[in-house]
Design a protein around this ligand. Structure first.
Ligand SMILES: Cc1ncc(C[n+]2csc(CCOP(=O)(O)OP(=O)(O)O)c2C)c(N)n1
Ligand code: SF4
Ligand SMILES: [Mg+2]
Length: 221
């Protein structure tokens, strides 16, 4: 298998430079390393720009309601315990609308590989504040800057006793692919937070090269 074998005939519609491209490429690399074929695993997607991957990744897929990919995936695992199930979610999807499901899945040990595209914003709906948006960030829904502290999904996952927790960066595809492989091979429940890049809709001045280099440093710590 090579990455092109996991392409559908659809051309990705993500904005040029979007972190979703890195996420897509990393997942394809990981699937190859894991020996998975398009007919041997399932990916359950959330709703958002990340969820558009269902149109571009050639593998069994299911996309339901916003914030609900984890309970769908848990149900699939319960009736089909031999099926390898991945979940591709977003920060709004997983830490906003789906926060309760995230906590439940981390505690319940369903043996899922959860990959959260954390671009710190509601991307598809053109840039509202998400639970992981940094304090002070100006978005369409918080034009004067976010007041609240952001959710720390890594700390939350550890606190809920998810037994594999990692963070990667959409700009480092080999590292990210390796993390996805490790996550998938690790027995039991797991969480995997992907720090991605959202290149549109964040209005705070200064977000640009400095922000990207901060992200890279933060992920390498
Ligand atoms: C129950 C429900 N609430 C709200 C929406 C509208 N909605 C669609 S996508 C989205 C935000 C997605 O943000 P995120 O999960 O971070 O994904 P991204 O687009 O950033 O990849 C929202 C609020 C919806 N579809 N369903
Ligand atoms: S709106 Fe943001 S998350 Fe959506 S495709 Fe464009 S850059 Fe990516
Ligand atoms: Mg998002």
């Amino acid at each position: 298998m090579n990455p092109a074998d996991f392409n559908t005939t659809n051309t990705p519609t993500w904005c040029p430079g979007c972190g979703d491209f890195g996420m897509w490429a990393s997942l394809k690399e990981a699937l190859i390393k894991l020996g998975i074929t398009p007919d041997s695993a399932l990916v359950v997607y959330g709703i958002g720009c990340h969820g558009h991957m269902i149109n571009f990744l050639k593998i069994y897929g299911f996309q339901g309601l916003h914030g609900r990919p984890l309970p769908v995936a848990a149900g699939v695992r319960l009736v089909n315990p031999d099926l390898n199930v991945f979940v591709v979610s977003g920060d709004g999807d997983c830490y906003g609308e789906g926060m309760g499901h995230f906590i439940a899945a981390a505690r319940a040990n369903y043996n899922l590989t959860l990959i959260v595209h954390n671009n710190q914003v509601y991307g598809l709906t053109t840039g509202q504040t998400a639970p992981t948006t940094d304090q002070g960030t100006k978005t369409k829904s918080t034009p004067l800057g976010v007041i609240d502290f952001p959710v720390n999904p890594i700390a939350l996952a550890i606190n809920c006793e998810a037994n594999f927790v990692a963070r990667g960066f959409a700009g480092d595809i080999p590292h990210l692919a390796d993390l996805i492989v490790q996550a998938n091979q690790h027995p039991g429940s797991m969480s995997f937070s992907l720090v991605s890049l959202m290149i549109k809709f964040i209005l705070t001045p200064g977000i640009g090269k400095e922000y990207i280099s901060w992200k890279i440093k933060a992920c390498l710590l």
